[in-house]
Each structure stands twice: as structure tokens, then as C-alpha cells.
Design a protein around this ligand. Structure first.
Ligand SMILES: [Zn+2]
Ligand SMILES: [Zn+2]
Length: 374
């Protein structure tokens, strides 16, 4: 199956060995993150072969010696339904101590690591995932659909963090909030910000996505290609969302488009906040006035106006709950508490053999992983 045009291959993984604190989870559902698509498309560098997928929900089927603990300190039990963080931070390095566990100096990430002996089941696109000791794990209720829970590790967590970054500067309650992009992140933001009391306007070029944004709570939508003062333009949408003369106090850039960054910069009110989430690809996403600030912002930063046209960086994204946090769905609350969790664990030595063959067998009783090798 592997080879040109067929970069995905199912491999069996016999003899999974769990270390103390590890857990083996049978995957119930995994969702595809945009970064998985970027990797397969060759737009992101990845060491192959690897098992992609870092948004998933599943059930614990085996535990390493001593068992595993969830972020709230309870012992994870067999059969429990769980989600877990995309990142395995060490909890000890300088960055972890600075509150940036997602940028840990010895970070390992599910769905991002080259397949290696001892951690073959490292991604969600498999029948089972091997959860390493130190991974923030959250037990989740049975009555939440898997389609809601699976994205908690990445998409939902990202939006929750963006709203936290904004709400640390200005309140979501009653805010006119402008979102650029109505993909997974934009739709999640529309729903979560609406639930937190904001009136959400979404700018999105795709008509079907604009319709979906309205279904997810947006009070108005605009087409960034339409003239500003036309019925589908941004000015008209902001009037529909907030009344004549209203300017958004919060803007979330979730599209990655350079033009959207400029539009949001121009639109946000004095004292408002702009959170850049989409500016992560190598594209020249940031206007030159912001580009020097964006270097090293990981993964995004919030900016606020001091007066029209001048900006100062107020807070780098830290994944720590701000002084006021938005009301978010239960699944997102779970991911947020997971993010704030930092457990100590020794960094594991990287053991990447020069050559490593995996069994050809697709015996159904063995854990199977879909390996991306192109
Ligand atoms: Zn992701
Ligand atoms: Zn660390």
C-alpha cells in the first residue's frame, strides 16, 4: 500500500509495553485537524513514518504499573472514557516553568512524532493510542457525543485559549466580537463566544461556511471580498451585529490570511484586542508593523489598541486561565483544565533507530495504526 500515491499504510503493532503511568486507549473517534492535512499535503515538515491524528476520544483498556491519573487527580480506571492533551510536557524545563508547557524544550506531541520502538501508537489514526505518563488526561461524560469531544485536544482548546487571552484584556460579555474565518476554529469560536455573551460577526469568503457560522451563533456574516459598504461587506455586518457606529472590541484571526490580519487591525476599536491564531504558517501573515512582535509568539499573541492605528502587545498566549474566563461548553472546560495541568515527568530519551521494520501482519486482534510515510 505504501509508495507513490499511497502514502498511508496500516501496520499491526504487537506487544505494546506500557511503562508506569502509561495508559492504552481504544480510539472511539478521531477527527482530522488542519495540520494533519498540511502534513499530508507536504506543507508541514514531519519525520516519517508517523501516525497522524491528535484529536480523539477513547476508552482506557490497559494501564501501566501504578495506573494513570487524570488532571483532577483521580485514578483513571479501565473502561473510562477519556480525552488527552496533544502535548506531553516535561513540567520541569524553563519553558514549562514559564507557563508554556506546549512549547516544552523536550516536548513530544501525539500525531507528530516519528514512529519508534516502544511508542508506535503515538497518534489518533489508529485503533489504539499509547498515552505516555505525564500526559494531561481528562475523563469525559458518556452523554457528550464523540464528535464534540474529539476536537477538544486541539481545535476546541485553541479557541478556548484565544478567548481567554482576549478576556484577560476586555470582557466577552456584551462584546461585539469579529472572527475571521469560519473553518473549524471559527465555528467553534462563534459558538463559544456567543455562549459567553458576545455578539459575533464572522468574515468568511465561502458562502456555505458563512451559513454554517450563522447556525453556530453568529449574528451577522460578511464576505471579505465584498466592498466594505455593500450589503455583504464588513461595515454592514458590523452594523447588523452591533448597531450604527459600533466597532468590535475583540477580533480573532482564525483564517491565516494576511489580508484578514490587516482587516481586523483596521476594524478593532480603541482599547480592543486582536488575537492572532491563524498566523502560524510560513506565509507572510503579519503586517510589517507586527511581524517583529510575532516572531517567537507561540502559538499566538494578543494585541490591544492604545489609540487608533497604534498597537501594543499585551499578552503572549500562555495557556493559563486569565482573570476572567469565558463560559464554554463542558468539553472545552475539560480541555482547559487539562491545559493548566502540569505534571512532572522525566523527559524520555529519543530512541529513533536508523532502520525499523514493523510487522506486515494485519491480524485484527493486534492494535493497528495508519502510518503516514510519504
Ligand atoms: Zn491540531
Ligand atoms: Zn518542559
Amino acid at each position: 500500500m505504501a509508495g507513490e500515491g499511497h502514502p498511508h499504510e496500516a501496520v499491526a503493532v504487537p506487544g505494546v509495553r506500557l511503562s508506569p503511568g502509561d495508559a492504552l486507549v481504544e480510539i472511539e473517534l478521531a477527527t482530522v485537524c488542519g495540520s494533519d492535512v498540511h502534513t499530508v499535503s507536504g506543507h508541514r515538515n514531519a519525520q516519517t513514518p508517523l501516525v497522524l491524528g491528535h484529536e480523539q476520544v477513547g476508552r482506557v483498556v490497559a494501564l501501566g504499573r501504578g495506573g494513570a491519573k487524570s488532571v483532577d487527580g483521580h485514578r483513571v480506571s479501565l473502561g473510562e472514557r477519556v480525552v488527552w492533551s496533544v502535548a506531553v510536557p516535561c513540567g520541569r524545563c524553563a519553558r514549562c516553568r514559564r507557563g508554556l508547557p506546549q512549547k516544552c524544550l523536550t516536548l513530544q506531541k501525539y500525531g507528530h512524532e516519528r514512529m519508534r520502538r516502544g511508542w508506535e501508537l503515538s497518534g489518533g489514526f489508529a485503533t489504539h493510542a499509547h498515552i505516555l505518563d505525564g500526559t494531561p488526561i481528562v475523563a469525559v461524560p458518556e452523554d457528550i457525543p464523540s464528535t464534540v469531544l474529539a476536537p477538544a485536544s486541539c481545535a476546541t482548546a485553541t479557541v478556548a485559549a484565544a478567548l481567554e487571552a482576549a478576556s484577560a484584556i476586555t470582557s466577552l460579555e456584551g462584546a461585539l466580537l469579529l472572527v475571521a474565518g469560519a473553518g473549524m476554529l471559527g465555528l467553534t469560536a462563534a459558538a463559544m463566544a456567543t455562549e459567553a455573551g458576545a455578539r459575533v460577526v464572522v468574515s468568511e469568503p465561502d458562502p456555505a461556511r458563512r451559513e454554517t457560522a450563522l447556525a453556530f451563533g453568529a449574528v451577522a456574516v460578511s464576505d471579505p471580498r465584498a466592498a466594505n459598504d455593500s450589503p455583504l461587506g464588513l461595515a454592514a455586518a458590523l452594523v447588523r451585529g452591533g448597531g450604527r457606529g459600533a466597532a468590535p472590541t475583540i477580533a480573532l484571526e482564525l483564517s491565516g490570511a494576511t489580508a484578514a490580519v490587516r482587516t481586523l487591525l483596521a476594524a478593532v476599536d480603541v482599547g480592543g484586542v486582536l488575537v492572532l491564531v491563524g498566523s502560524v504558517s510560513p506565509a507572510p501573515s503579519c503586517p510589517s508593523t507586527l511581524s517583529s512582535w510575532c516572531v517567537g509568539c507561540s502559538p499566538f499573541a494578543a494585541f490591544t489598541t492604545t489609540r487608533r492605528g497604534t498597537w501594543s502587545r499585551r499578552c503572549a498566549f500562555s495557556r493559563r486561565p486569565g482573570p476572567s474566563t469565558p463560559s464554554v461548553p463542558r468539553s472545552a472546560r475539560a480541555s482547559r483544565s487539562r491545559r493548566s495541568m502540569q505534571r512532572s515527568r522525566q523527559p524520555r530519551p529519543a530512541r529513533i533507530p536508523e532502520s525499523h521494520s514493523f510487522p506486515d501482519s494485519d491480524a485484527p486482534h493486534l492494535p493497528l495504526a495508519v502510518v503516514f510515510s510519504a
